[in-house]
Design a protein around this ligand. Structure first.
Ligand SMILES: Cc1cc2nc3c(=O)[nH]c(=O)nc-3n(C[C@H](O)[C@H](O)[C@H](O)COP(=O)(O)OP(=O)(O)OC[C@H]3O[C@@H](n4cnc5c(N)ncnc54)[C@H](O)[C@@H]3O)c2cc1C
Length: 433
């Protein structure tokens, strides 16, 4: 279980699907994409029967396992400075901001607590000369896009984080820092108040056509619906969709034990911030406060996992790098232990394209979020809902016009290639890790 989940009160017992029913709209998966799809559908169809099926609990999947950066700017993990071509990035920024505004409106409408959604911005932090150069190139790229950013020197970084580790940072104001489980649960509760039916612990185990409808089976129930939105990210492969086109990556995070008053004093700096690494393969770091007290969150290490799963021993082993990264940055906190470790899935495509659109008649796909799933998943869910309702917005049309995920080599070639590339890129990230 993630720290985000563990520090909150346990949710009420799950409502599972236990009967046979029909729906006007069926969404599979209650992550960023599925929850956004449900909200957008409710806006477009105030009285239709909307059902969401979730394999586990809301907030237990990758949507509740991330570092909580809802980033408005280009965040291409496969580029050394996160950027792509200028025109593509401009379009991406518009979509990202529309998704963040949509999420922000949901947070306001459903009355989520301030802790769930904090418009703080983010700092791209550099520990090395190479990282500094990446940041300068990213800053120049942002300037070419007409985007503001603020350069922070080592003293500014120390004043913010309490650490001498960083030589510079690039602050941009548009990122929102979320508590992802509070966010996902809050959205699910708000949607239920709007008569969206959400069934948890109800994995879809079969999906087949039944006349003009789709029939979907869970272990104990069945739903028939003319329109289905697939919002399961990489698990789309389990339904036979996008075979040989989705790359399954596991990411790892740890959260520290609470910082007591003495530790907070020893650390200094501000009591809430979020930094992403100047090299995409480095460490993301947050200082959080709220449910669970004051803590530090560390996220680094990637592994290629075509099975979409990883065992606990690997989570613990790779998590040791979080301890080292923490020690390097915060020697004044010697003795502070990580209390929680976890891993979660990402879904990428070789050409960084989303798998979006009407995959088969009445079956709409909102998967393959390429590393910025909080935002791109939200947009994919919104767009798939609009497409299903025949009301595609400019953003949904933009996603439709994007290329499809390209083919990846068969196994074991993919495993060998991806694993070697990840190891090399992590090694190259050096002190940014
Ligand atoms: C450690 C870590 C840090 C990250 N940090 C960030 C970050 O800071 N910012 C960011 O934007 N992204 C981040 N990500 C990535 C982000 O979490 C994902 O891209 C995002 O969760 C994708 O959202 P989604 O809704 O498309 O899919 P998911 O979050 O994977 O949701 C899909 C849901 O579908 C459910 N499901 C699967 N199969 C079935 C089935 N058969 N039946 C019913 N339900 C099913 C799953 O249980 C899951 O809840 C991070 C990920 C990790 C692991």
């Amino acid at each position: 279980m993630t720290a985000w989940y563990a520090v909150l009160d346990a949710p009420e017992a799950a409502k599972e699907l236990e009967d046979q029913a029909t729906a006007d709209w069926l969404i599979i998966g209650a992550g960023f994409a599925g929850l956004a799809a449900a909200r957008r559908l409710r806006q477009l169809d105030p009285s239709g029967r909307i059902v969401v099926l979730e394999a586990s609990r809301v907030g237990l999947g990758p949507t509740g396992r991330n570092s909580g950066f809802m980033i408005d700017l280009p965040h291409n993990l496969q580029a050394s400075d996160y950027g792509s071509a200028i025109d593509d990035d401009r379009e991406q920024i518009q979509r990202n901001r529309a998704a963040i505004a949509f999420a922000g409106q949901a947070v306001a409408d459903y009355g989520l607590s301030d802790e769930a959604f904090v418009p703080w911005g983010k700092v791209n932090a550099a520990a090395s000369e190479a990282g500094d150069a990446h940041n300068r190139s990213y800053g120049a790229h942002l300037a070419a896009l007409g985007e503001d950013s603020q350069w922070l020197d080592a003293a500014d970084m120390r004043a913010m984080t309490g650490s001498d580790y960083y030589r510079s940072g690039l602050y941009t104001p548009g990122t929102v820092l979320i508590q992802p489980v509070l966010y996902a649960r809050g959205l699910a509760e708000g949607l239920q108040r709007q008569a969206v039916q959400i069934y948890e612990n109800s994995p879809v185990v079969a999906l087949e056509r039944a006349g003009n409808s789709w029939k979907v089976c869970t272990p104990r129930g069945q739903i028939q619906s003319p329109r289905v939105i697939m919002a399961v990210n990489g698990h789309a492969n389990s339904f036979g969709l996008f075979k040989q086109r989705l790359i399954h990556i596991m990411l790892y995070a740890s959260m520290s034990a609470p910082l007591d008053e003495a530790a907070q004093k020893a650390l200094g700096g501000q009591d809430f911030w979020g930094i992403t690494p100047s090299d995409p393969m480095g460490s993301s770091l947050r200082r959080v406060k709220g449910s669970g007290g004051h803590r530090l969150l560390m996220r680094n290490r990637f592994s290629y996992e075509p099975s979409l799963a990883v065992d606990e021993a690997k989570v613990q082993r790779l998590g040791l790098d979080h301890d080292l990264a923490l020690e390097r940055r915060f020697p004044m906190l010697a003795g502070l232990k990580m209390q929680y470790r976890w891993a979660g899935r990402l879904c990428l495509s070789w050409n960084s394209a989303p798998a979006f659109g009407e995959a088969e008649p009445g079956l709409f796909s909102a998967v393959c979020q390429n590393g910025l799933g909080s935002v791109q998943g939200t947009m994919a869910g919104m767009g798939a809902a609009e497409l299903a309702a025949g009301q595609a917005s400019e953003h949904a049309r933009g996603l439709l016009a994007a290329p499809s995920p390209s083919l990846i080599p068969p196994e074991p070639l993919s495993w060998i290639g991806a694993s070697a590339a990840l190891r090399w890129k992590e090694w190259r990230a050096g002190p940014e890790l």
